[in-house]
Write a protein that binds this ligand. Structure first.
Ligand code: SF4
Ligand code: SF4
Length: 186
């Protein structure tokens, strides 16, 4: 997923041509159903950058053949880069929803530094009103608060402030901090 690094304005023009009409997004208990994905599919395919984008796996998703499905950063974290994701095919992701990293079901919502953000250059973010995206973020956050602090820390990305400002939009939804899991709106 992610790393549409050609820049916001490049993708704004590109998506405008591809998506003349708005499409619907809906939170489906454990994942975000996104009407743009079927004609976009950028975030599973080859990325502009070869910088690895980590996608942590939960303990229940680990098995001895993980490397058949993913490029692995370590024993419990997959990643994608300029090659795209190993599980991507011409027809989309070949994995069942339960086999996919949590990040895949959330995107373009991204859990970063304990809070929820939007990835700016996803067409769903560009064309969906922010109040709708905020509501979807809140639904996703409600689901994520059912995770343990250990799992949330594991799946949360650490991204420096400058990169966050360049590529992400904060939803002002905090899920955890040093004191534990707690849903807070800022
Ligand atoms: S999440 Fe966004 S960038 Fe990824 S395939 Fe769907 S619409 Fe495209
Ligand atoms: S696991 Fe599937 S949904 Fe996730 S990045 Fe890979 S191809 Fe895309």
């Amino acid at each position: 997923m992610q790393k549409l690094q050609k820049g916001f304005w490049h993708y704004l023009e590109f998506w405008r041509a591809l998506f003349p009409r708005r499409r619907a997004l809906r939170w489906r208990e454990t994942w975000l159903q996104n009407g743009y994905c079927r004609d976009c599919r950028y975030c599973c395919g080859p990325q502009d950058s070869n910088e690895p984008f980590p996608m942590a796996l939960l303990p229940g998703q680990l098995h001895s053949h993980l490397s058949d499905d993913f490029y692995l950063l370590n024993a419990d974290t997959a990643y994608l880069d300029a090659r795209g994701c190993k599980a991507d095919t011409d027809h989309g992701c070949r994995l069942r929803l339960t086999q996919r990293p949590v990040a895949c079901g959330l995107f373009p919502l991204v859990l970063v530094n304990g809070g929820l953000y939007l990835y700016k250059t996803c067409p769903a973010v560009i064309f969906t009103p922010l109040d709708r995206l905020a509501d979807l973020g809140l639904e996703a956050a409600g689901w994520l608060t059912g995770f343990s602090l250990t799992d949330l820390r594991h799946i949360s990305l650490d991204i420096p402030a400058q990169t966050l400002a360049e590529r992400y939009i904060s939803l002002n939804i905090s899920l955890f901090d040093a004191n534990g899991v707690e849903l807070r709106l800022g």
